[in-house]
Design a protein around this ligand. Structure first.
Ligand code: AMP
Length: 357
């Protein structure tokens, strides 16, 4: 189908990955009259509840990927670590965003270089491929710092905090390419979430203040406070340059640290993002709906915030088992449970959004 013709109702969106982001994306797609089918390796594929079909096959099964692609009018992803070899089994004309975004974002060092070249400031960092590199990185960047695997990290996994030179003595290269970066003394973390249409129109949602614990997002709050608000424009300018440079279609998230010296870029996610879940109830159009609109060639929806104050909190681990009790709380919290079968510690099971005028 031509990239310029909007996909008609009844068309099929293929989603690579089948977690909660795919689940919520398929819900938004169904409201616009689209069918979604998802593809993911065997696992707790909760997008299967909202997708018409799940191809539960490995990423290496290029035959299954080709069959999947034949069923789709457009293919997107909800998971940025889909192997590039799997993406290559899908005709490029079907893919939105274009796979270049994955290539950049799958390696922390590539990503930092790419965004720095477009004018962002990063924490000092060095690539680490051996014990010797680690020793040099510790000397050059100093402590405190964080050693992170360059690939496949999420929710703080694959990260080692090194508080002091004394502690550094006990840290070994973990055997996988890493980046060592200086610890940023930030006041708040925030994200810039934008949507870019096929034609290059860009819209931003308001930036939330994000709180993390052990590397995992705990909550996103609006208003985000004076420091974040004073740095959003500079951060947006970087994010917009990234979106244009990648000829990006869909929702893109860049995370920043708000510091006294200005915004420091942390990382990007070429997909809908946890810190944008508040947009389901809190914005005129949610990140999920606008992602679908963008990749299908529909007009973008308004991104304006609808409430004076908003808080989204993740529901993690066993807290999900008693989450229905929130339905009795005042202020009508908006509860989203992802239907995961096992409430493991540290696992995102759902979220709740509270809004007030
Ligand atoms: P990341 O996976 O890189 O987003 O890291 C997860 C979280 O760890 C971030 O959201 C921060 O809360 C914290 N973190 C990561 N890198 C740094 C850094 N260089 N300085 C301070 N905090 C960091």
């Amino acid at each position: 189908m031509s990239a310029r013709i909007p996909l008609p109702p009844g068309a099929t969106i293929g989603i690579l990955g089948a977690g909660q982001l795919g689940r919520m994306m398929a819900t938004a797609a169904s409201q616009l009259g689209y069918h979604s089918i998802s593809y993911a390796p065997p696992g707790d594929n909760v997008a299967a509840d909202t997708c018409a079909e799940l191809f539960e096959r490995n990423w290496s099964d290029t035959g299954a990927l080709a069959q999947f692609a034949k069923r789709c009018d457009i293919v997107t992803w909800e998971f940025e670590n889909v192997p590039l070899s799997a993406v290559a089994a899908i005709p490029e004309a079907l893919l939105a965003p274009a796979p270049r975004a994955l290539e950049v974002a799958q390696d922390r060092v590539n990503e930092k270089r790419f965004v720095e070249e477009l004018g962002a400031t990063c924490a000092p960092y060095t690539r680490v491929d051996s014990d010797d590199d680690l020793a040099r990185a510790l000397e050059r960047v100093g402590t405190p710092g964080i050693l992170k695997t360059a690939r496949d990290g999420y929710d703080g996994k694959g990260q080692w905090r090194i508080a002091s030179a004394h502690e550094a003595a006990g840290v070994r290269f973990p055997g996988r390419p890493c980046v060592y970066e200086g610890m940023v003394a930030f006041e708040t973390e925030f994200s810039v979430i934008l949507v870019r249409s096929r034609d290059g129109e860009v819209r931003f949602w308001d930036s939330t203040a994000n709180r993390h614990e052990s590397g995992m997002l705990v909550s996103s709050t609006l208003p985000a406070g004076a420091l974040v608000e004073s740095q959003v424009e500079a951060a947006r300018s970087v994010a917009e340059k990234v979106a244009h440079a990648l000829e990006y279609t869909g929702v893109l998230c860049l995370e920043f640290f708000a510091t006294e010296q200005g915004p420091i870029f942390n990382e990007m996610a070429p997909r809908v993002h946890n810190s944008g879940h508040w947009t389901i109830e809190g914005a005129a159009t949610s990140q999920f709906e606008n992602h679908v609109r963008a990749i299908c060639g529909l007009p973008l929806g308004e991104t304006a915030t609808r409430f004076a104050s908003i808080e989204m909190r993740n529901i993690v681990g066993e807290a999900a088992l008693s989450a229905h009790a929130m339905l009795c709380e005042p202020g009508e919290p908006h509860l989203h449970l992802y239907g995961k079968r096992e409430a493991r510690e540290g696992r995102k099971m759902g979220h709740v959004t509270r809004v007030s005028q």
